[in-house]
Design a protein. Structure first.
Length: 385
């Protein structure tokens, strides 16, 4: 599951920049209850039809990634985690365009590591978690819009001086309009089927460190207006035991409308708060329906044997659920437990027929508290010819 780590997921490890919380600091056009402010040229939430938060299996124009910059976070693992990020970028670039954001003084090193297929742009970033720092993309009236959820370092737990302003600096380069959400959150908090259903963990959104004084009902209504979803399914998650407060993208993922893969601990693993959160998610999903009234088909996605993985440490994130769907491919972690890796690959092949399922070693990223999905962010649209 998404265990606490020695890096991103260790709460309060890095304090620098916490005073620079960015909720509301973005230059993106503000939205109020889903409607643009007077005088703003940004699209409204309802103009030209309802917004649509598309599924990850829709066509991508490109994938955004971020070059880890901070030795204060990664310490002696900085070189190794950069190797992991470069490996992910090279693999994804075999299937679609990849844009790597890197601090200008680190851009040449990123280019050498990533190769010619990856576009590296100079843009100040702090860490590799593009899923959480890049705005969430929605479609409206035939146009792609970036929704900036005001990244604040997962509730002020880690440096975000640069990552908190990625949206307002990145999107103009690609002529993507940007609006500011009335909530604070991260891309890893949201999982959608592209048909109006949104899965979220309560622990990562209904939380004083992101959205003080906002009830779950208020947050749900604002998610529906901002993302254009019609049904929000709330899972409990786990509060305060990892830096993200338990993002949904390491717990449960859609593979198609009405079908989800649910992360499960390796058989025989002692119960803990994470396995209990999976049990709770199963209980909710088994009784819930999606935006179109369908019952969920729930498929277990078992973790590897912790005694057989190639990565190390008590904080290793060994979920296969943090996979990334790209054009014609799905990228999954390879943990080194051959039987479990093959089993997970088989499950993904069954649920994504016609796509290559590509295992990628990411031991340092996993030791740092994340996975391939955490490190990638898809922009919907037709791929370049």
């Amino acid at each position: 599951m998404f265990f606490p780590s020695a890096h991103r997921r260790t709460v309060l490890r890095t304090i620098a920049g916490i005073g620079a919380a960015v909720a509301g600091a973005s230059a993106c056009a503000p939205t109020v209850s889903g409607v643009r402010n007077a005088g703003s040229s940004a699209p409204t939430a309802t103009a030209g039809g309802r917004r649509r938060f598309g599924a990850e299996w829709d066509a991508h124009a490109r994938t955004f990634m971020s070059w880890p910059a901070l030795a204060s976070v990664w310490q002696e693992d900085l070189r190794d985690v950069r190797e992991d990020i470069a490996r992910v970028a090279r693999n994804v670039a075999e299937y679609e365009a990849v844009v790597m954001m890197a601090r200008p003084e680190q851009a040449d090193a990123a280019r050498r590591a990533c190769g010619n297929q990856v576009e590296v742009i100079g843009l100040a970033v702090d860490d590799l978690w593009a899923r959480d720092t890049v705005p969430v993309f929605v479609e409206e009236g035939g146009e792609v819009i970036g929704v900036d959820f005001g990244f604040n370092g997962w509730g002020g737990k880690q440096e975000h001086r640069n990552d908190g302003t990625v949206g307002r600096r990145l999107l103009p380069r690609y002529e993507v309009p940007c609006v500011r959400a009335p909530l604070v959150g991260e891309g890893g908090s949201f999982e959608t089927d592209g048909e109006g259903t949104l899965l979220v963990t309560e622990s990562s959104l209904v939380n004083e460190n992101r959205n003080p004084d906002k009830s779950r009902a208020t947050i749900e209504a604002e998610l529906e207006r901002t993302l254009g979803v019609r049904k929000v399914v709330w899972l409990a998650g786990v509060r305060g035991e990892d830096i993200t407060d338990a993002h949904v993208d390491s717990l449960v993922r859609f593979t198609g409308p009405g079908v989800v893969l649910l992360d499960r601990a390796h058989p025989g693993t002692p119960p803990d708060s994470w396995s209990r959160s999976a049990d709770q998610a199963y209980s909710v999903l088994s009784r819930a329906t999606d935006a179109r009234g369908r019952r969920f088909e729930i498929v277990d996605l078992p973790q590897p044997d912790p005694n057989r993985i190639t990565g190390g440490g008590d904080d290793f994130v060994s979920t296969y659920a943090n996979f990334y769907i790209a054009n014609d491919a799905v990228f999954m972690p390879r943990f080194g437990d051959r039987k479990a890796d093959d089993r997970a690959r088989g499950i993904l092949r069954e649920h994504f027929p016609g796509r290559d399922v590509v295992p990628v070693p990411i031991d340092t990223i996993a030791a740092g508290g994340g996975g391939i999905h955490c490190a990638t962010h898809d922009q919907p649209g037709e791929p370049a010819a």
